[in-house]
Ligand binder design. Sequence first.
Ligand code: HEM
Ligand code: HEM
Length: 256
Amino acid sequence: MDIKDIILLLHPAIAVLVVFPMIGIVVHRAWQTRQRRLETAKGGKSKIPPIVGSEHVQIGRWLTGFVVGITLLALAYATFKKILTDGVWTTAPFQVILIVFMYVATIISLVFLYQAREKHWRGIFATLTGMGVVILGFQDGVYRRDNEWFVSHFYYGIVATLLMIFSLAIVQNIYQDRSLRWRNVHIILNCIALLLFIGQGMTGVRDLLEIPLSWQEEYLYKCDYEKKTCANIYPSPSSEIPSVNRDSFLVTSNRH
Ligand code: HEM
Ligand code: HEM
């Protein structure tokens, strides 16, 4: 594998090895937190230890950071790949500087969101982080699958990321609100986030199947992805196989 392919694999590898196990823990602790709250609200005792709530939040805070991180990583890969192939640095260097600045500003906004205590600062930094993610998502080179937005890894991913940023921003509201309004908003939005994460698992592996290794790009990007045919590849890969081996190649490839 070329270095390009290894860098492409960083995003899915971190998602599978770190983010999804973390989602499992966060959701399990969320379930326990809810069970415990409902059991004790009735005046009864719960066997679930009180620590589960703070464990949910602690790991939830890490989850937000990792989800924003892998989203920025995937967007940066796609954007800078395009910048390097099109030589944008020579034609529009200012645009490249602006994009780099946006990545730095988004990361700094997230760091400040982690530190912010007052309501208005949490609102401001959450908005800035979210805006950064959306603006960077709409740069050239990012594959958004606009015509099939309802099964798009990009749109699911951006919405899930925004929901994680929102969860981080409202932690204190959840604790301070005795009417449970913020708590219920959090539960509804994050059940949607959970469905989106499941969608990310499915659309992500589909996208991995569709993206060729860099040495295969030259041929595979000539295929017609709409009509699902590679008949227009010219010269066809099999035409380059010496005629002696050609028949055996065709027989073997027909088996797949
Ligand atoms: C897939 C992700 C998540 C799901 C499904 C989820 C769901 C839940 C549920 C069901 C509860 C219990 C509500 C109740 O008491 O009835 C809860 C509590 C809470 N969640 Fe989440 N959550 C998620 C992620 C996050 C994240 C990322 C954060 C913050 C960064 C967060 C912050 C909180 C807080 C502060 C509470 C209150 C905990 C307590 O009572 O001690 N959650 N969440
Ligand atoms: C928390 C879960 C995940 C989030 C939030 C997420 C988010 C994103 C975003 C925003 C993009 C950029 C848009 C695009 O190029 O399509 C992307 C790209 C991609 N993701 Fe994910 N993703 C997640 C999990 C996964 C998983 C589990 C896999 C595969 C096992 C995966 C594979 C990919 C691939 C192959 C790309 C394309 C890279 C490229 O060509 O630019 N993702 N992801």
